[in-house]
Design a protein around this ligand. Structure first.
Ligand code: 13P
Ligand code: ZN
Length: 271
């Protein structure tokens, strides 16, 4: 059996959470990640018959039975993960009943998975139905994105269009736009269901006055989506109080989608 601490997926979780912390996206225990793993790859590192303990998830995810995820722990600080992965991360498999997580590794101090597991697992189900390659759900609290939810109209078209207009790369990176949820109590099945509903259509979902969810094939795609939204939101927050002299016209945004052959939310432009 190989050393689990050397597994690429453990190292990716460590590197990504450390980056997110350094960027200020994850204060204290803010943020969480779940990463769908390949069973054969995990079997190189762990005895899959050795269930350390079982933890009820609080909801049923029939579509995910037998699937294995590495997930950040609840209450754990992203800044600590790279130095102590075994206490701060866990590898879980969804049991045959669809309602129980079987712990295969981690949460060594008796901890458990993120309180946002409903939003994560329900979003995995949604994204897998759209793209079977989807592996990552990532949540965090980036400053400018969060600030923007205090001052901008929280309408999917208006918010997406404003972000697209902040810089050339926005529409190229997220032509599918952003889903928006109003402020809601977090950590519940209700916000999980609402997020997952949006995830059928979007790879990015904003939680008003809370943060952002991103989904993608791998860490780079998912991280890059959130990073680009945050950069555009920063441009907005740095300039919203100043007279705008130059902006990208809607015709220019359309021209970008043609240049890069992108399928985009045409109804989000005023053409
Ligand atoms: P957890 O510590 O349970 O992952 O919660 C952090 C968070 O960001 C809640 O939305
Ligand atoms: Zn959060």
């Amino acid at each position: 059996m190989k050393d689990i601490l050397e597994a690429p997926f453990v190292k990716e979780m460590c590197a990504t959470t450390a980056n997110m912390y350094r960027l200020g996206w994850d204060e204290r225990n803010g943020g969480n990640i779940s990463y769908l793993l390949d069973e054969n790859e995990v079997a190189e590192y762990l005895d899959l018959d050795n269930v350390i303990r079982t933890i009820p998830t609080g909801f049923e995810a029939e579509e995910l039975i037998g699937k294995i995820f590495i997930v950040t722990g609840t209450g754990k600080y992203f800044k600590n993960i790279e130095h102590d992965p075994e206490n701060n991360l866990g590898i879980i498999r969804i049991a045959k009943d669809g309602k129980t997580a079987e712990l295969l590794w981690g949460y060594a101090d008796g901890g458990r998975f993120t309180s946002e597991l409903p939003a994560h697992l329900m979003s995995h189900i949604s994204r897998l139905s759209v793209n079977p390659e989807n592996r990552i759900i990532m949540h965090c609290h980036p400053d400018y994105t969060l600030a923007m939810t205090q001052v901008h109209i929280m309408d999917e078209k208006e918010l997406t269009r404003t972000l697209w207009k902040q810089m050339t790369e926005s529409i190229v990176v997220f032509p599918d736009g952003l889903g928006v949820l109003p402020w809601m109590v977090c950590g519940t099945n209700e916000i999980g269901e609402a997020t997952a509903e949006k995830m059928k259509r979007y790879r990015l979902v904003i939680w008003t006055l809370h943060g952002i969810y991103g989904a993608g094939r791998d860490m780079d795609e998912t991280f890059g989506l959130i990073e680009t939204v945050e950069k555009a939101a920063k441009q907005y927050m740095l300039t919203a109080h100043l007279p705008k002299v130059n902006t990208i016209p809607d015709e220019g945004l359309k021209a970008l989608t043609e240049r890069f052959d992108l399928d985009y939310r045409k109804d989000f432009l005023n053409l």
